[in-house]
Design a protein around this ligand. Structure first.
Ligand SMILES: NC(=O)c1ccc[n+]([C@@H]2O[C@H](COP(=O)([O-])OP(=O)(O)OC[C@H]3O[C@@H](n4cnc5c(N)ncnc54)[C@H](OP(=O)(O)O)[C@@H]3O)[C@@H](O)[C@H]2O)c1
Length: 239
């Protein structure tokens, strides 16, 4: 596993489980754990940094701190937005709102793109490095059979396009850098909590299970996978 790692979204259900598992690996030397709210770790490898994806200067500051630690082998963006008190995923077109689209795109698309802007230049260039973002299967246009969730689906489809673009640029500039979009499965977290009603017990993963699977996908990824959207079980998801 990579040595120097940055996790953006370290306070989230999946993000916290990823930090926890990585901090127990002997090969991992440092983890820069970034989010707005902090969940202190007992591991001495973990350093916390405040980041707000809607404020680019905080992303820039985090990248500066990461570059002081050393070339980053893995940058994993585990942030995301689906709902809050005022914004819910839309069931039908009557539910669409400017605020809903703005918030979904700000956190799910623009934020990760800005993370790439500031972090790709400080990633390892002389060996394999991975820039991965949590996307979602529902962001796949060809897989969309149910409809609904307009802003979330659109923001994740747009994220997938950003990741594909990054993979093309990275191929030219950083030959060993792999860009990945990952689907974590349906995971028990505050993001999915209101929508777990129809999910069977065996299909609702713990954050720990999902984190383990996602880290295995990252570990096994090769340059041929760059630009792909890959599920927790290694399955490639069509755009
Ligand atoms: N859970 C699932 O079933 C599921 C399924 C498919 C895809 N996903 C994707 O997986 C990712 C993680 O989901 P999760 O279930 O772990 O969600 P979660 O527990 O709600 O975590 C969301 C994370 O995003 C961060 N975040 C939100 N707004 C932010 C902002 N403005 N600036 C910085 N960080 C911000 C939160 O941190 P702070 O609030 O501390 O800033 C938190 O760390 C998301 O992209 C989601 O779309 C999840």
């Amino acid at each position: 596993m990579a040595k120097n790692i940055t996790i953006i979204g370290a306070s989230g259900g999946i993000g916290a489980a990823v930090v926890d598992q990585l901090s127990n690996l002997a090969s991992v030397e440092s983890i820069l754990a970034c989010s707005r709210s902090q969940t202190p770790s007992t591991s001495t490898k973990v350093e916390y940094q405040t980041i707000d994806l809607t404020r680019e200067e905080t992303i820039q500051e985090a990248a500066k701190r990461a570059s002081e630690i050393g070339p980053q082998d893995l940058v994993f963006v585990t942030t995301g937005f689906l709902h809050n008190e005022g914004i819910k995923p839309e069931k039908a077109i009557r539910d669409l709102s400017i605020g809903g689209f703005e918030q979904n795109f700000a956190i799910n698309t623009i934020g990760p793109a800005l993370v790439a802007k500031h972090f790709l230049p400080i990633m390892r260039k002389d060996d394999k490095s991975v820039f991965a973002c949590l996307s979602a299967r529902v962001g796949s246009i060809s897989d969309n059979g149910l409809g609904g969730w307009y802003a979330y689906r659109a923001s994740k489809a747009a994220l997938n396009m950003v990741l594909k673009n990054l993979s093309i640029e990275a191929q030219r500039r950083y030959k060993q850098m792999i860009i990945l979009g990952l689907h974590p499965g349906t995971v028990n977290s505050s993001l999915s909590e209101p929508f777990q009603g129809n999910v069977s017990k065996e299909k609702l993963f713990t954050p720990q299970f999902s984190a383990e699977k996602l880290l295995s996908v990252i570990e096994n990824a090769t340059i041929e996978n760059s630009g792909d959207i890959i599920a927790w079980d290694g399955e490639r998801i069509e755009y």
